[in-house]
Design a protein. Structure first.
Length: 281
């Protein structure tokens, strides 16, 4: 007597005939359920939920007329509107057509380009120094007449001013304007930043020492404003000395007391106050 083989309940469910479903719920959402076999040979269930909304848009008269035309070809006899089986609906692309032709437009003047660049940079409006108009002083149409008035207002009467005495030279040598004092006499040159700030001269440093290394070393004692390392102009190698400027003299004194004689990079550092160079004559 042959015994019947009992299958599992899952196999029984798969053998049942499953039909596609299509219904609309109370919210107006259409649900489409389909059963199909995928590429791996397995039966899958595909559920699509579609919600239709009515959107009104204003179109051209010719576009509205074309929508009333009868369909032809594969769509002949179908109801109005796109069919998902034959038509793919994409996004609406608005085409804006300008009224003019760019090729016929004249290029802006260079002065207008400069004004636009200054405006974008936040430099404000361009104002003429003579007539206060919105143009460059060199392009002012009244520069021939207003320039003379401006000179008279600033300089006053020519008869009331005595001619300036010529700058006297010291020993027949040329004196730069920055070093001329009252009457053209030679004055002391401008004080360098190294002479204004308390500066230390550090010697016996390694050739591989960088500016940041000295900033880290001396920055523990106070704010370091400037670091200069002497280097060879051709090779760029360090010459073994450097200048470190502090914002506070007390911090510089403390750094000199602590760092002088300290071992750094297998060398003994020597720290002293920087001496100003004697004036070369």
């Amino acid at each position: 007597m042959a015994s019947s083989i009992k299958t599992s309940w899952a196999d029984d469910v798969d053998e049942l005939e499953q039909k596609n479903e299509d219904f609309v719920d109370e919210n107006g959402i259409r649900t489409v359920i389909e059963y199909t076999i995928n590429d791996e040979g397995k039966k899958v269930k595909i559920t699509r939920r579609i919600k239709r909304t009515l959107q009104k848009s204003i179109v051209e008269h010719a576009v509205a007329e074309r929508q009333k035309w009868d369909k032809f070809g594969a769509e002949k006899g179908n109801k109005p509107g796109p069919d998902r089986a034959t038509t793919t609906v994409g996004e609406n692309v608005a085409l804006k057509i300008s009224a003019g032709n760019k090729a016929g437009e004249s290029e802006p003047a260079p002065e207008e380009n400069v004004k636009a660049q200054l405006t974008r940079a936040g430099a404000g409006k361009v104002v003429c120094r003579l007539c206060k108009g919105e143009h460059f002083t060199a392009k002012c149409p009244y520069k021939d007449t207003l320039a003379g008035l401006k000179t008279t207002e600033n300089g006053g009467d020519d008869d009331t001013h005595e001619p300036a005495a010529p700058a006297a030279s010291s020993g027949g040598k040329y004196v730069p304007p920055s070093m001329r004092g009252p009457g053209g006499a030679r004055t002391a040159g401008p004080v360098s930043a190294r002479e204004e700030l308390p500066t230390l001269r550090v010697t016996n440093i390694s050739e591989d020492t960088h500016e940041q290394d000295l900033r880290d070393l001396f920055g523990r004692f106070g704010r370091v404003t400037r670091v200069f390392i002497g280097r060879d102009r051709e090779t760029g190698a360090g010459k073994g000395f450097a200048f470190v400027s502090f914002e506070d003299r007390a911090a510089a004194q403390k750094a000199m007391d602590k760092v002088h004689g300290m071992g750094y990079d297998n060398l003994i550092l020597s720290v002293q106050w920087s001496q100003s160079r004697p004036e070369q004559r």
